[in-house]
Design a protein around this ligand. Structure first.
Ligand code: DCC
Length: 157
């Protein structure tokens, strides 16, 4: 059985950064593409629509989570998100290429503070702020151990 704590997000053979869920597809299902430096192109796929022609807020948060972690993953391959806050300033259109610029605000030991801004032309549509952590070496094995100790679910719960 592979050691879950050896999991890292690194560029695939195609050069793409992909999360564990997207590796089998070879493409980011959220529509996030790293561009230059801390710039990213993001396009909300229509199936993440929340209202007519506009993105679901959960997609916006997930896209920011990818962007903010990818910014830190360039230095440290083992990251998790501790907190994420999003300000939704304007509706975000689906099927339109948007720009996101990320920024590392602070990095000290395992602690990272990062932020990002999503824009279309000159307009800011949303901003995000997150605290990230470099994973402890036993992060996933501790989780698996905890889960294995839980009672098995029954039909009543
Ligand atoms: C372009 C395409 C993009 C491609 C690239 C795509 C990148 C995608 C990246 C996605 C990143 C994510 O969304 S990650 C998924 C969402 N995030 C998570 O699942 C993190 C869940 N939260 C945690 O594991 C924890 O709260 C931490 C690690 C964040 C806590 O960190 P911390 O604040 O530094 O504190 P720490 O001292 O480590 O731990 C605080 C308390 O939590 C306990 N604790 C910590 N870790 C664990 C653990 N694994 N299992 C059990 N318990 C734990 C500690 O014992 C302690 O308990 P006590 O001593 O207080 O009792």
């Amino acid at each position: 059985m592979p050691d879950s704590d050896s999991f890292t997000i690194e560029p695939s053979s195609s050069g793409r950064m992909l999360c564990g869920g997207c590796v089998p597809d070879g493409v980011c299902r959220l529509g996030v593409e790293p561009r230059d430096g801390m710039w990213f192109d993001v396009t909300c796929p229509r199936h993440w629509q929340g209202g007519p022609g506009v993105a679901h807020g959960g997609w916006i948060a997930a896209a920011f989570d990818d962007v903010l972690n990818t910014a830190a993953l360039r230095t440290e391959p083992r990251m998790v998100t501790k907190s994420l806050s999003v300000e939704y300033l304007r509706p975000v259109p689906v099927d339109r290429k948007l720009a996101v610029l990320a920024r590392i605000e602070r990095h000290e030991g395992r602690e990272w503070t990062v932020s990002a801004r999503m824009t279309l032309g000159a307009d800011t549509l949303a901003t995000a702020h997150a605290e990230l952590r470099t994973r402890r070496p036993d992060h996933y094995s501790r989780h698996e151990h905890w889960l294995a100790g839980l009672p098995l679910p029954t039909n009543e719960n």
